[in-house]
Design a protein around this ligand. Structure first.
Ligand code: FE2
Length: 213
């Protein structure tokens, strides 16, 4: 895990994307099934639970140990875009997470680095840092950090997976040297995380407050 830049608290590690590429047909099927032609994110159920666990293990090791909130859910959110399907929007994840993460399952080759990148913004919504992910990148950043993905004008799909952690006793810290500070737990306290089955959501993904990872 490394901090990508000193400008914003965005951390990166690399996962083996080939482990999950077998699920791309499922993701594209779900993308179609949920009918989000413009690129809204959609919930992904059990078949990516191992990805969520990998994300959780990395985050818990680097920034934990966490005591998960009862509001924490292990749902992954798919976001699929290309030249025909795209919906952007500067947003944060304050209402739904403590830590936010994006895993890039597939990033197509583009003619410019701007295409398919993710930008981060200050409170005035001025763009302050832009990162072009590669396939296998896992970015982790605090809930308040404003961001927006950019469209790739390719036939090939850019596929990213959004995941979140809601931890008790942990809050984002805009001023400190680390992006999160603890208030109630000690390092000796063991993580109480337990694997939970993911229920297939029956609601429209519009109910997810932030739609563009
Ligand atoms: Fe997002």
């Amino acid at each position: 895990m490394e901090r990508v830049t000193g400008i914003v608290p965005v951390y990166r590690c690399r996962l083996d994307a080939s482990v999950y590429t077998k699920f791309i047909p499922n993701i594209l099927r779900d993308h179609s099934r949920f009918g989000y032609e413009v690129g809204n994110s959609f919930p992904i159920a059990q078949y990516l639970d191992d990805l969520y666990q990998s994300f959780f293990d990395v985050a818990d090791r680097e920034f934990g140990p966490f005591e998960l909130s009862s509001r924490n859910i292990r749902t992954c959110w798919g976001y699929v875009t290309n030249k025909d399907f795209y919906k952007g929007g500067i947003h944060h994840h304050i209402r739904s997470s403590t830590l936010n993460a994006v895993f890039y399952l597939h990033v197509p080759e583009t003619t410019t680095d701007r295409e398919g990148s993710i930008s981060f913004y200050d409170d005035a919504r001025d763009e302050i840092f832009t990162y072009k992910p590669v396939t296998g990148d896992l970015l982790i950043f605090p809930n308040y950090l404003l961001h927006q993905p950019h469209q790739s004008f390719t036939d090939d799909f850019r596929i990213s997976i959004n995941m979140e952690i809601i931890a008790e006793g942990l809050r984002s810290d805009r001023s400190g040297s680390t992006p999160w500070v603890t208030s109630s737990w000690s390092p000796e306290r063991t993580c109480t995380h337990e694997r939970q089955p993911i229920e297939v959501p029956s609601y429209r993904v519009d109910s997810h407050p932030f739609s563009t990872p």
